[in-house]
Unconditional design. Structure first.
Length: 361
């Protein structure tokens, strides 16, 4: 029967796996990591708080896509909290941690990053459902969206707790990984491969969306004179898709590959030299999500600017907008990022409803 080491401190596991937590790691490298980490965390807290507040405040955002967007912002907010906790429990402090404390540190990271990733996947599927059915918003009810959000967090919490629940190497230290000294290498292989598969699914979903919109735009162009806005739609959509996929590839793939190599017990890959920077790179995805999914939406950006300014201009602007004719309001909302009027149909839809309803009315 194998001996278990629940009562040991982390220095026992770090020394055995020869993980790099050297006590002299207090110079420029540590300062650089802490500075970047602090800046990222502050931005994550502020930007994601604004996204959540904007969705709550603006009734135009009371739709499934924006509820999921707010949940993504909450997941990224948790990522900031997890990294703050990590910053105060890393370097030389890592060796002084108890097993439970170390599990908490890594569990927060795994939970927050998994929640962000699953949110991105659900948002991609929701957009796919809406566009394929020629609708501005999906038919998801509030109950279904609530169930989805609860499911996302249940999956994330479960994935963060799996090593604590038993998939670790405390009773079989021969299979301990190098990057995570009390994680089993088999778990790292499982976690990294699973996330890479989710990434591949997201790529397929966004490619299908782009190909469908491009095909639909070409069909409409052959039957109509075609406005400049309509012709620009494939380019605009391609830019958005490439931004989303590019950010994910750049921020996640290096870290996932490093975890996979560690899980496969690659001793000559030099993974200890890059682990901290790849962790920062993964965190950067939580910084970029509010920019990609929110600031590209004119209505979202305008709402956040009004909240930032917090001046009497807000009330006067609302009074002026209430006197603008409804046709003008309709056109102005069409330029918002969450409408796809610019290519799939002749974009005069205002408010909510199906894209197909315009042709049936």
């Amino acid at each position: 029967m194998n001996e278990c080491y629940y009562d040991k401190r982390m220095d026992f596991f770090y020394n055995r796996t020869k993980a790099d937590t050297v006590d002299e790691w207090t110079g420029a490298q540590l300062i650089g990591v802490l500075c970047f980490g602090t800046f990222f965390c502050i931005f994550i807290f502020i930007s994601n708080s604004l996204v959540i507040a904007a969705v709550v405040k603006n009734k135009r955002f009371h739709f499934p896509f924006y509820y999921l967007l707010a949940n993504l912002a909450a997941a990224d907010f948790l990522a900031g909290i997890a990294y703050v906790f990590l910053m105060f429990h890393t370097g030389p402090r890592s060796k002084k941690l108890t097993v439970d404390r170390w599990f908490l540190r890594q569990g927060l990271l795994d939970t927050s990053l998994t929640a962000s990733l699953v949110n991105l996947l659900v948002i991609a599927v929701e957009r796919h459902m809406s566009i394929m059915r020629m609708k501005i918003h999906s038919n998801l009810t509030k109950k279904r969206v609530t169930f989805l959000i609860i499911s996302i967090w249940a999956i994330a919490i479960f994935m963060g707790a799996v090593p604590t629940l038993g998939w670790n190497c405390l009773c079989d230290i021969a299979v301990c990984s190098s990057l995570a000294p009390i994680y089993s290498r088999s778990y790292l292989v499982f976690w990294s491969v699973l996330n890479l598969v989710v990434f591949f699914i997201m790529v397929v979903v966004y490619i299908r969306i782009y190909m469908y919109v491009q095909r639909k735009t070409n069909v409409l162009s052959s039957h109509t004179s075609g406005s400049i806005s309509r012709r620009r739609t494939p380019v605009k959509l391609m830019k958005t898709v490439m931004t989303v996929l590019g950010a994910f590839v750049v921020c996640w793939t290096p870290g996932l590959v490093v975890l996979l190599l560690d899980g496969l017990n690659c001793t000559d890959c030099g993974i200890q030299n890059v682990k901290r920077w790849f962790l920062l790179l993964a965190l950067l995805n939580s910084v970029m999500n509010p920019i990609i999914y929110s600031y590209k939406d004119d209505e979202m950006w305008a709402t956040m600017k009004r909240m930032i300014c917090c001046s009497s201009e807000d009330k006067s602007q609302e009074r002026r907008s209430s006197r603008i004719p409804s046709t003008v309001l309709c056109r102005s909302t069409d330029t918002s990022g969450h409408y796809i009027e610019d290519g799939i149909i002749q974009g005069t839809i205002c408010g909510k409803g199906d894209l197909g309803d315009k042709g049936n009315s």
